[in-house]
Design a protein around this ligand. Structure first.
Ligand SMILES: N[C@@H](CCC[C@H](N)C(=O)O)C(=O)O
Length: 296
């Protein structure tokens, strides 16, 4: 199996393009869970390639879909995620660089979401370097996230109270196709905070499908700092869907404007929660590191 090791802001992936041939036969019509063990093996940082996620690029099998391909993303623990912002940009770059992208625009389906993406810039060799992705509109209804906490007066979880061993915390909870619990903090989020609060919130009883946890410091009305404890992965250097959730949470709670830049441990992402259609548009880098064969 040929793979490409890629990353977006240091959030790294083993990406397998399986548009034709044996791999497409094996996975395109197979149940989602069927690639879970392969994800665990390849993502292992000691016994495998090492990555925050395993990504399959598959032919679109839904007859009525406008997507060119389907993306399936798996966490290192083998669980599937219906959304993954940084991996989506890597997929767009992969398609652009391998000549499988006719123009500068591609539509990728992940679960039930169609994600239009545009190559924003290329290097001197014509390889894509920056990609813009429209991740669609956030979901706020507790049952759609899913989250068992009761909605507030606005019908959402913009100021939900969630308890862990450290006491009650106020969180903004929403879905970008996957669940996010955003915690605003006054200081730069520390190693200790992320490591001690991330795991119990990820597996908190309020989240029947677990959750990603974002720790966010507001630096100005257009700039934030974010660290993320990811569902099924632990702390990563960046989380694209998390950055989208943070941009929405910050604007929704009046902390920032709707267009912001987010500083992550591995780089920066630009986000815009568009007024016109409520979609969240993320712009950021996509990088190829190396290619290889699994197993050798
Ligand atoms: N890092 C990703 C999100 C990956 C999936 C997440 N861990 C989940 O299970 O929801 C991103 O860039 O969005």
């Amino acid at each position: 199996m040929r793979f490409t090791k890629m990353h977006g802001c240091g959030n790294d992936y083993v990406v397998v393009e399986a548009l034709t041939g044996e791999l497409a036969e094996r996975f395109a019509r197979a149940p989602i869970e069927s690639a879970g063990d392969l994800a665990k093996a390849t993502c292992d940082r000691r016994f495998g390639v090492g990555a925050d996620g395993f990504v399959l690029i598959l032919p679109e099998t839904r007859p009525d879909s406008d997507a060119g391909v389907e993306m399936r993303m798996y966490n290192p623990d083998g669980s599937y995620s219906a959304m993954c912002g940084n991996a989506l940009r890597c997929v767009a770059k992969r398609l652009a660089d391998s000549g499988d992208l006719a123009g500068e625009v591609v539509v990728v389906r992940t679960a039930d979401t169609l994600v239009p993406m545009r190559i924003v810039s290329r290097d001197a060799d014509g390889k894509a370097t920056v990609v813009e992705a429209d991740l669609g509109a956030p979901e706020f209804a507790p049952e759609a996230i899913p989250c068992r906490l009761p909605a507030g007066p606005e019908g959402d979880l913009r100021a939900a109270s969630i308890e862990d061993e450290g006491g009650a915390r106020t969180a903004t909870i929403l879905s970008m196709g996957n669940p996010h619990c955003v915690l605003f903090v006054d200081e730069p989020p520390s190693d200790g905070l992320v490591a001690s609060v991330g795991p119990p919130i990820e597996t908190h009883a309020a989240f029947p499908e677990r959750t990603n946890v974002e720790f966010v410091q507001v630096l100005s009305p257009t700039r934030l700092r974010q660290r993320t404890w990811e569902r099924g992965a632990g702390e990563t250097l960046a989380c694209g869907s998390g950055a989208c959730a943070v941009a929405v949470a910050a604007a929704l709670t009046g902390r920032t404007e709707r267009s912001v830049t987010i500083e992550l441990l591995g780089g920066e992402l630009d986000l815009c929660w568009r007024e016109a259609d409520g979609h969240v548009v993320m712009t950021g880098p996509a990088v190829e590191v190396f290619a290889g064969d699994w197993p050798r």
